[in-house]
Structures are given as structure tokens and as C-alpha cells.
Design a protein around this ligand. Structure first.
Ligand SMILES: Nc1ncnc2c1ncn2[C@@H]1O[C@H](COP(=O)(O)OP(=O)(O)OP(=O)(O)O)[C@@H](O)[C@H]1O
Ligand SMILES: [Mg+2]
Length: 256
């Protein structure tokens, strides 16, 4: 059985007299250990779908089984517990708490598991090491670059060893160099920890880091593509070209 099984998911939003159909019957399987990308025009329903997968929202109708459990059978406490234990979230704008340092931000989700401080900090240190930020434990968000803040956010998302990492435009606020860095971390977590990853992106180069790409158009899946080795290399190349271009531009400014 797939880790995520969605059948004919419909999500309508009702505002007064107006009903907006945002997802119009999405069916989707995601296997344990997959790395999936979701692409599509603005407004096509990508974040809505990711929020449903992440139990931040519930469908108007349709079936969603997460690891065999129908999500409609879960009460609010079960939903919150599942979000905390099974799912990790990364957003475009990192959502770190500015009054907590990196270590405290990463350890935060473990408070909700009733874990002691020492134990929380051991796990947080491990997670920060996985994203290469052991040297930044005591830095506050304002003392970190955008790329570093996103890495702290990833560490926070994986500190509880979730089964699925959900990322909504994780590189949307980053330059090419930091995007490559984040994609390399995702690839490593997927390959080495077996973490299932679902990422929404507008950048085809980023999407090619996944094994499959789901294309959404107007609330429906219009195409599912398996990423070839060639495409994967093209993705890396396009992010790297972006990095080289921006470095040359920066060089041009400082030299001129
Ligand atoms: N709570 C809501 N009430 C009404 N309409 C909503 C609500 N949330 C989303 N929508 C509508 O659903 C559609 C899809 O929104 P969604 O945020 O999923 O798009 P998206 O594909 O993530 O776009 P983007 O690439 O701009 O992030 C949009 O037209 C949006 O206005
Ligand atoms: Mg969105």
C-alpha cells in the first residue's frame, strides 16, 4: 500500500454565496521513499493540495489514506499528533521564531512530544548537523543568511524523524547557489534516511531533483512525468548556471 493514497479529492472553498472549486478530483499515490515534485501555474491548487497532504486542511470530499489510515477517521488531537510525528513542513518564508536561536528553533517541535530539554537538544544538534549547521547553534535568525535560515527550518522539520517532508516552494526566496544547497540536502535526506519528500516549485531545475513531477492545471492533474537521468542533470546544470551568472553579475558590480 502506498504511503499516501488520494482518490478523487475535491476541495471547495465557500465564501458567502460563492463556491470556488480549487481541487476538482485529484487522485495520487506516493510510495514510501519517493521524492516527488509538484508544478503548475499560480492558482492551480498546489499549496491547497500540499496542505491537504499535510493534514493542515481536510478535503471537501474524496478519500485520503495516510499510511493506511483514512484521515477522516482522525479527530483534531489525532490530526495534530500525526502532523507532529509523521509529517515535517518547510515553507518559502522560513517561519523561524526570531527570539529563539537555531538550536531552540529546531528543538521546539519536540516540546509538543513532552520530551525533556536535554533529549530535545540532542535531537536538535543531530538535525542541525544533518543540514551542515553545527557551527550556528547559538545564532538567532537575524544573524543567519536566507539559505542558513532555510536549513534551520529543514532541521526543525526533520528533528522528529518524520516519514514525509512537505516543502512549499522551499527555494522560492533563495538564489541559485542556496537552491542547489537545499536540493542537495533534500537529495541526501531522501537517499540516506529514506525520507519521502513532496516539494512544490515553480523552478523546473528544482523539480528535476524529484523522481516524478505532478503537473497541476486548474485544480486537476494534467500530467505526471518520470524524471530521466538526463533531465536530472539538466536540473543541476540550470541551477548551477544561475549560480555562475549571479556570481559573475556580483563580480561585475564590485569590479565596476
Ligand atoms: N481559503 C480560501 N478561500 C477561497 N479561495 C481559496 C482559499 N485558499 C485558496 N483559494 C483559491 O484556490 C486557488 C488555488 O490556490 P493555491 O494557493 O493552492 O494555489 P497555488 O497553485 O499554490 O498558487 P501559487 O503558485 O501562487 O502559490 C486560488 O485561486 C486561491 O484563490
Ligand atoms: Mg502556493
Amino acid at each position: 500500500m502506498p504511503l499516501i493514497l488520494m482518490e478523487n479529492i475535491i476541495r471547495n472553498f465557500v465564501n458567502g454565496q460563492v463556491t470556488t472549486e480549487v481541487l476538482k478530483g485529484v487522485s495520487l499515490n506516493v510510495e514510501k521513499g519517493e521524492y516527488l515534485s509538484i508544478m503548475g501555474p499560480s492558482g492551480s491548487g498546489k499549496s491547497t493540495l500540499l496542505n491537504l497532504i499535510g493534514l493542515l486542511d481536510l478535503p471537501t470530499s474524496g478519500n485520503y489514506l495516510l499510511d493506511g489510515t483514512p484521515v477522516t477517521s482522525l479527530n483534531d488531537d489525532d490530526l495534530a499528533a500525526t502532523r507532529n510525528r509523521v509529517l515535517g513542513f518547510v515553507f518559502q518564508t522560513f517561519h523561524l521564531l526570531k527570539n529563539l536561536n537555531a538550536l531552540q528553533n529546531v528543538a521546539l517541535p519536540m516540546i509538543y512530544r513532552g520530551m525533556e530539554k536535554t533529549e530535545r537538544e540532542i535531537l536538535a544538534r543531530e538535525a542541525l548537523a544533518l543540514v551542515g549547521l553545527s557551527e550556528r547553534e547559538t545564532h538567532f535568525p537575524s544573524q543567519l543568511s536566507g539559505g542558513e535560515q532555510q536549513r534551520v527550518a529543514i532541521a526543525r522539520a526533520i528533528v522528529g524523524k518524520p516519514q514525509v517532508l512537505l516543502a512549499d516552494e522551499p527555494t522560492g526566496a533563495l538564489d541559485s547557489k542556496n537552491s542547489v544547497n537545499i536540493m542537495e540536502i533534500f537529495t541526501r535526506l531522501n537517499k540516506e534516511q529514506g525520507l519521502t519528500i513532496i516539494q512544490v516549485t515553480h523552478d523546473l531545475g528544482v523539480a528535476y531533483y524529484g523522481q516524478r513531477i505532478i503537473f497541476l492545471a486548474d485544480g486537476e492533474i494534467s500530467k505526471i512525468e518520470t524524471v530521466s537521468n538526463e533531465q536530472r542533470q539538466m536540473g543541476e546544470q540550470s541551477l548551477d548556471d544561475g549560480r555562475i551568472n549571479s556570481e559573475q553579475a556580483a563580480g561585475g558590480i564590485s569590479n565596476g
